[in-house]
Design a protein around this ligand. Structure first.
Ligand code: TYM
Length: 332
């Protein structure tokens, strides 16, 4: 059976984009615990200005939400990145095979570095090496598939390049992974700014639906979504009508339809927005209910994470040890 790995960064509350783009792909498949690993990547949250207590709180919350969304600890491995040393051990080796030029080309690096520069915080060195740590996350588990949203595709491509290069120079060591994207909603856009991604680390608020938003809040955000002017009814065109296309994508992802076909059923934006709001509220309802139960039992979540880290460590250690030998480091 194939091995799957994916991760989520505790830099903000989980959004509808995270859910439709990634998390929902994680919970729908049938897995064995050794075949599907999902990780709260807390080390990645330290690459930009951060608040220690907030990272801690968001890490716990992300794990709780993933369980609430349907990850079953009996069928997959859920753990926290910093609990398994293999990630950083391997990241250093991979830094010795990746180049400065490759990392500076990463779109997310350019965007986030620009933001950090503007705010005067300075760019953390770890922001540049971020994709190498992500490659280590994936390669340490010999993952074949990495279910992610569109914005992570470039990082998975780099991971492939790093793996292929390492294998060629130092002998076959790593499985070469590939990204898998959902058919719709691989890139959910901000409701207030439909030309940019709905992102948990942005703070535009009104354009972001969070998984824990109450129904009234979800409705308000969707009803106020920016739509496009232009007549000719409701059309699905991501380029010229990004706001409406985003709503149709969300509706299609929630109800299982095709966004272009759904457009034909509407003559105005009001009815479309009402249906999107209803669909999102229904989608989130069971997740929120389950989250409320789990949040009352933090010891249970901690136990899942502890067991997950133990299992992850055992899987990663032999792979990382093998890489140490292959690259020329002496056996201890
Ligand atoms: P992160 O935490 O930003 O996002 C987690 C997952 O959600 C997807 N996603 C979206 N999908 C659709 N529309 C959106 N608006 C949207 N926003 C986020 C992301 O594509 C991602 O799949 N670098 C990663 C975390 C990571 C990782 C890994 C992922 C670290 N190591 C190894 C896979 C494998 C990140 O920052 O995701």
């Amino acid at each position: 059976t194939k091995r799957i790995f994916s991760g989520i960064k505790p830099t903000g509350h989980l959004t509808l984009g995270n859910y439709l783009g990634a998390v929902r792909q994680w919970v729908t498949a049938e897995y064995e615990p050794e075949c599907a690993l999902f990780c709260v990547v807390d080390l990645h949250a330290l690459t930009v200005e951060h608040e220690p207590a907030r990272v801690r709180r968001l890490s716990r919350q992300a794990a709780t939400l993933l369980l609430a969304a349907g990850l079953d600890p009996a069928r997959c491995t859920l753990f926290v990145q910093s609990h398994v040393d293999e990630h950083t051990r391997l990241a250093y080796l991979l830094e010795c095979t990746a180049t400065d030029g490759e990392l500076r080309r990463m779109i997310q690096y350019k965007e986030k570095a620009a933001r950090a520069q503007v705010s005067g915080e300075g760019v953390r060195l770890s922001l540049l090496t971020y994709p190498v740590l992500m490659a280590a996350d994936i390669l340490a588990y010999e993952a074949q598939e990495v279910p992610v949203g569109e914005d992570q595709q470039q990082h998975v491509e780099l991971t492939r390049d790093i793996a292929v290069r390492f294998n060629q120079r130092y002998g076959h060591t790593f499985t070469v992974p590939r990204a898998t994207l959902p058919a719709v909603a691989a890139r959910v856009m901000d409701l207030q700014d439909p030309t940019s991604k709905m992102g948990k680390s942005h703070d535009s608020g009104a354009g972001i639906v969070y998984l824990l938003d109450e129904p009234g809040v979800v409705r308000k955000k969707v009803m106020r979504a920016v739509t496009d002017s232009g007549d000719g009814g409701v059309l699905y065109d991501r380029r010229t009508r990004p706001g409406v296309a985003n709503l149709l994508d969300i509706l299609a992802a929630c109800t299982g339809g095709d966004p272009a076909a759904l457009a034909d059923g509407y003559s105005g934006y009001g009815a479309l927005k009402r249906d999107v709001a209803d669909a999102v509220v229904e989608l989130l309802r069971p997740v929120q209910e389950r989250h409320a139960e789990l949040a009352g039992d933090p010891a249970q979540v901690e136990k899942v994470l502890r067991e997950g880290a133990g299992r992850a460590r055992e899987l990663a250690r032999p792979v990382v040890d093998r890489a140490y030998r292959a690259i020329g480091l002496l056996e201890p």
